[in-house]
Design a protein around this ligand. Sequence first.
Ligand code: C5P
Length: 221
Amino acid sequence: VTEPDLRGRHVVVSAGGTREPLDPVRFLGNRSSGKQGYALARTAAARGARVTLVSANAGLPDPAGVDVVRVGTAVQLREAVLKAAADADAVVMAAAVADFRPAVYATGKIKKRDGQDPDPIVLVRNPDILAEISADRARPGQVVVGFAAETDDVLANGRAKLARKGCDLLVVNEVGEARTFGSEENEAVVLGADGSETPVPHGPKEALADTVWDLVVRRLA
Ligand code: C5P
């Protein structure tokens, strides 16, 4: 039996991966499936929360009882998350947000020209939504959670990222060729700004999601 320990709370979860368009048919994207974010949304709803799921290109069915806002790019995701976060008790940024986007969008399809080298793709920085929300809490006591995928020095890089972003909790997982992306399972360590370290053994993404909500509930109390 699930405790309704998020009843009366509004939580915002971002999920999926942003796509940054180059032209009407091409984009820069990433391998995020959205499964971890959807598991967070489902488990929060099961624990009684009102849930806004800001979903970027996930291609997964809407979870029952969850408000789903669909977005494409990082800029759109920022708008939707900031709007929903205005009255939220917790914000969990599980989406893989592109750090950069193409500086120009070609309104017509980019063509290859005989005998000519392609134009380089120039990138500009996207806003860091997690850092922005953490620095500028919409309400006092709002709990902000980030995710980080690291390939090496997982804990040291995670600690540095937690400090840099200014969030309360950072879920760090080690990524490699066949790990995490698109998988049904995950393995992670949840780092707390208070110095805490909560290992989550290899298991379903729901189990990691429930551990995140346990830690959020403790901070909301
Ligand atoms: O810096 P890095 O991309 O590794 O940080 C990952 C965390 O920051 C995730 O929680 C992601 O949702 C968030 N993020 C963000 N805005 C960005 C890049 C990442 O909110 N532009």
